[in-house]
Every structure is written in C-alpha cells, then in structure tokens.
Design a protein around this ligand. Structure first.
Ligand SMILES: *Cc1c(COP(=O)(O)O)cnc(C)c1O
Length: 370
C-alpha cells in the first residue's frame, strides 16, 4: 500500500478493490440509512506524549485492535454526523463541517479525550469526499452522510483515560432518511428512563448516551410508538429531546407564528440543525424562543389551539413532524396527525440551502469539490 500523494499530516492510499461503477450504482439505489459505505475511510492515530500522528486515507474495512482496548470496557467513544450535498452546479459542498469539528472537541473534553485540531478534521473531510465523490448522490434530500468517530484504544484494563486513540472518518450514501417521504411520527413520553442528567454527558455526542437510550426506544415501540420523548431528569416534567433529535413546537400567538425549542441546559445535545433552524425561522418571519416547555403545557396548548405543530430535527432526518403523542397521562394529536406548514417550510428552506438552490447568506456551505 504505497501512498499516491501525501502531506505531512495525511497519506492518500487508494483502495485496490474499489467498487466498479455498476456495483456502486447498485449499492447506491435506495440505501438504508448507514448500511452502505464508500470505498475509503480516514484513520488518524493519537498517542499521549506524541499527539496526533500522520493520518491515512485507505480502503474502508475492518480495524484491528486489542480486546483490552479501553473503549470496549469503559466506553470512551464519541462521534459526529454531517452531510455533503451535490449542488445545483454539480459541485459538492458540505454543511457546517467546522461546527461538527468544534462539537467533537466539546465531546472529547467531557470524556477526557484529546481534541483533534479543526484543520485535521477538515483535511480528513476534504480528502475523503474528494476521493469518494462518485458516491455523493444527486437528488434533493439525498447526500453523503459523514460519520467521524473517536475511540480509546490503549490496551489496558486499569480505569483511566486512554493514552491512545483513533479518529476514524467514514462516509455513507444516504437517501431520504424515512422511506416513503416525510410522515409524522408517534412518540412515547418516557417516564421510566432519562437520557441525561445535570453534570452528566447529555451535551456530548458520546456512544454511551445511545446505549442507555435503547431500552426506552424499545419500550416506545412496545407502546406502538416510533420514537421516545425525553424529559428532564430532575422534575420529569420538561421536554428535552426526541430520540436522537432536537424538538420544536409551533405556537400561534396574537396573529404571530412562534417557533419554540427547549433551551440548552447542558443535558440537551446542541444540534447544528437546531441552531440552523432557529436562524432560518427568524429569516422566514417567525419569532423564535428557547425556553422550558412542560408536558402539561404541550397537552394544554394543543387542546386550546395555541400550539399548531411539533417537529423534531437532526442531520440524518432533517425535519420529522410529530403527529401523535402518547404517555401514561393520556394521548393527543398535534395538527390532526399531519405535517404542518411551518415544518414543511423550514424543511424546504434548509434543503434548498444545502443543495445550493437558495443563497447561502450564512456561509454555511463549504465547497469540497468545485
Ligand atoms: C446528533 C444529535 C442531535 C442532532 O444534532 P445535529 O447536529 O442537528 O445532527 C440531537 N440530539 C441528539 C441526542 C443527538 O445525538
């Protein structure tokens, strides 16, 4: 495996078994989320005392590590998710990747892991998307989903922060997240489980948060729901998130449309979609608020006709309307179980921006392949 090109920080070693164009086309047809991967990945090693070493872009495939690797025992694992989109003019651009680089480092700090310089994150991103550009789908709503990961790999069972790490970047062509278009979901408000507690890891994108959430997701399924809604750990009253997405509520107040999302308390994951939608909402003429919202308020506001929509948002699925809410305290419909106009408008505004169909007045799109 001889590098074809290299910089001081990244060697490029193309795969000798990349998919043929026919094979690639087949695998890119209606891929299920996160099940198809491109030909390559980037791996960057870290060692205490030496810092981040030279990375390599190489064939996507298994990695070898010791069964004593600390991540397998004590769970030092964080990840990110962002997307690259085909633009109207055929170029490829990525949406706010530097925000993901920065959030990765906030997660890293919380889990006593080393921060990866933003330039190294962006270099890996650029190299992988450039190498695997044929894997970027073209239609609106389709994208190349980028999955960065950092894990502790020191082979030692003592409980301490690992002295060795791997940063890995992989890419997965992604169709519309939910097959069959945007359909409102039914949610289960979880009383039995909490996702995150004050002082914990709620704001970090760490694997353990997800591990702890799966049983609640299973319970929601058992109640006939698609997703779980998380409440705050202390009062079990205030809405925090929906599954692995942030949540928004739409109110009509004195003839004004107000878009409300739970404030960031440290237990919520600060979504980049959430932040982007707060900005887009204001530009579309909606007022926006970040504050606490209780389950009682949700139920009452819908009953009184003050709340007209609820929807969740995140990189993978963009915007998912919430049509039906179930809980031990009863159940109710939002907007008659249908997608509302504000969710639809915000979704379209964001997708248009991401595909270069609307002007990018924020500088959110980073051109990768020109
Ligand atoms: C990743 C994630 C989100 C959404 O973040 P985006 O940056 O918008 O993709 C929301 N909640 C949780 C728990 C997450 O892990």
């Amino acid at each position: 495996m001889n590098p074809v090109t290299s910089t001081s920080t990244l060697e490029i070693c193309p795969s000798d078994h990349a998919a043929s164009p026919e094979e690639r086309a087949k695998r890119m047809t209606n891929p299920r989320f996160g099940q198809v991967f491109t030909d390559h990945m980037v791996v960057i090693p870290y060692k205490e005392g030496q810092g981040w070493g030279r990375g390599v872009l190489k064939a996507y495939g298994p990695i070898e590590m010791s069964p004593a690797s600390s991540v397998l025992h004590y769970g030092q694992a964080i990840f990110e998710g962002f997307k690259a989109y085909k633009q109207k003019d055929g170029s490829i651009a990525s949406f706010r990747p530097e925000a993901n680089a920065q959030r990765l480092n906030k997660s890293a700090a919380r889990l006593a892991m080393p921060e990866l310089p933003e330039a190294r994150f962006l270099e890996a991103t650029r190299a992988l998307i450039t190498q695997d550009q044929a894997w970027v789908p073209g239609a609106v709503g389709e994208s190349l989903y980028m999955r960065p990961l950092m894990i502790g790999t020191e082979p030692a069972l003592g409980v301490h922060a690992s002295s060795e790490y791997l940063f890995i970047l992989m890419a997965s062509p992604s169709g519309a997240y939910f097959s069959g278009g945007v359909k409102p979901v039914t949610v289960w408000i979880s009383d039995d489980y909490v996702r995150a507690a004050p002082g914990g890891t709620g704001f970090a994108k760490c694997a353990g948060n997800y591990a702890a959430s799966l049983v609640a997701q299973r319970q929601a399924k058992g109640e006939g729901c698609d997703q779980v809604v998380w409440l705050d750990a202390i009062h079990r009253e205030y809405i925090e998130e929906m599954g692995g997405m942030n949540i928004f509520f739409v109110y009509q107040e004195k003839g004004e449309t107000v878009v409300v999302t739970p404030e960031l308390t440290g237990t919520l994951l600060p979504g980049i979609t959430r932040d982007s939608l707060l900005q887009l909402a204001r530009e579309l003429g909606f007022r926006s608020e970040e504050r606490k919202i209780s389950v009682a308020e949700w139920k009452a506001a819908v009953a009184e006709g003050r709340m007209t929509e609820a929807f969740a948002c995140g990189t993978a699925a963009v915007i998912t309307p919430v049509g039906h809410v179930k809980s031990r305290q009863g159940e109710w419909l939002v907007n008659n179980g249908e997608t509302g106009p504000v969710a639809a408008k915000l979704r379209e505004a964001l997708l248009n921006l991401q595909h270069g169909l609307a002007p990018d007045s924020h500088g959110w799109m980073k051109t990768i392949v020109g």
